[in-house]
Design a protein around this ligand. Structure first.
Ligand code: PMP
Length: 352
């Protein structure tokens, strides 16, 4: 079995990363190294020095995220421009042209997009009827050039939690990096992030875009052992997260109560929404996420329903091309008012 060190691309291992001159002295007061505008900014945002490049290390943000996760340190965290950047960095850190990643499907389509852009082969392993990955099949899909096994828990678009025992099996038996996307983790109330202390090949990706309500900021982060974090840091652009995102993310992380309140509120509204969907006769999937998935009865096409609802100015996602999701629609839980409007548009779409 390869060690985590051996899984990192050789050229990344040997790479001399870009060095920010500012790392020479973190207490410096006068910056004349990066050709910024010393005279001022053309717009202001609170007291963020917009004429200066942001801190490339984001030390305070990493410390705050580590405290939020608990039981890990700042050197277990890497912040990205959304977790989409974390996915891309992870693939490029480990896999090069000719290598492969094993994706558990249905899952997040960006795994495959990022792999393909890097010339990395994608091996898809379909979940079983209970929506759980079959560990034997996943392991059978791996070979000497498999760098990552990629999965989402709670799953999107299926909405279920991947059984912990299966992830443990993959961590222990695969010899690959197990990439666990927890974009919806806060809704399930569980996380693998602390387990990175026990498993060197575990890479967890999280985001502020969902439960934290900050999709516009573009802040995602990876949690892994320091070696993985350092390897990913080597290939990231030096200023990948803006100073405004950093500033607002730090403030937001101080409002954990508010995030938790939104999660509770969403769950209440989801119950109401799904009760209505069931009353209308739809098959509703069991999900622990901030979206509901339901199947449109066979005689009506989900694509057509999506189109009709869009005609009322409401966008939902037709998931019908995906396995296990034939004729299914995914709808993000909205406010009570939004859900009511959606339900009445849906009712019309089904009758007209
Ligand atoms: N993972 C999953 C499963 C997602 O659904 C999303 C959002 N579409 C992301 C990652 C990316 O989120 P972000 O880049 O906003 O952090």
């Amino acid at each position: 079995m390869k060690s985590v060190e051996q899984l990192v691309r050789k050229d990344v291992r040997q790479l001399e990363p870009y060095v920010c001159a500012r790392d020479l002295c973190k207490q410096a007061e006068q910056f004349m190294d990066a050709n910024e505008n010393a005279f001022g900014t053309t717009v202001e945002f609170e007291d963020v020095p917009l004429n200066r490049y942001p801190d490339s290390d984001l030390l305070e943000l990493k410390q705050t995220l580590a405290e939020y996760i608990g039981g890990i340190a700042e050197n277990n965290v890497l912040v990205g421009n959304g977790s989409d950047e974390i996915i891309d960095l992870a693939i490029r850190t480990f896999a090069e042209k000719g290598d492969n990643v094993v994706c558990i499907v249905p899952g997040y389509s960006m795994f495959e997009v990022c792999a393909q852009i890097s010339g990395v082969h994608v091996r898809r392993v379909l979940v079983e009827k209970d929506f759980q990955p079959n560990v034997e099949k996943v392991l059978a899909a791996c070979d000497g050039r498999t760098k990552l096994i990629m999965l989402v828990t709670p799953n999107s678009p299926l909405g279920n939690i991947v059984e912990p025992a299966r992830i443990l099996d993959l961590l222990e038996k695969s010899g690959a990096i197990v990439f666990v996307d927890e974009a919806y983790g806060e809704f399930a109330g569980s996380s693998w992030a602390r387990e990175t202390a026990n498993y060197g090949n575990l890479l967890v990706s999280k985001t502020l875009s969902k439960a934290w309500g900050l999709a516009a900021l573009r802040v995602g982060y990876a949690v892994a052992c320091p070696f993985i974090i350092e390897s990913m840091r080597k290939i990231k652009p030096p200023y990948n997260v803006s100073a405004i995102s950093n500033y607002l993310a730090l403030r937001a992380l101080g409002n954990r109560d508010r995030m938790e309140l939104y999660v509770r509120e969403m769950k209440e509204e989801k119950e109401v929404l799904e009760a209505e969907l069931k009353k209308m006769g739809f098959e509703v999937f069991d999900t622990v996420t901030n979206f509901s998935v339901f199947r449109v009865p066979g005689q009506v096409s989900s694509k057509e329903v999506q189109r009709k609802i869009a005609g009322k100015g409401i966008i939902v996602r037709d998931r019908s091309p995906l396995p296990f999701l034939e004729n299914c629609i995914r709808v993000t839980v909205g406010t009570r008012k939004e859900n009511r409007r959606f339900l009445s548009a849906l009712e019309r779409a089904m009758t007209l």
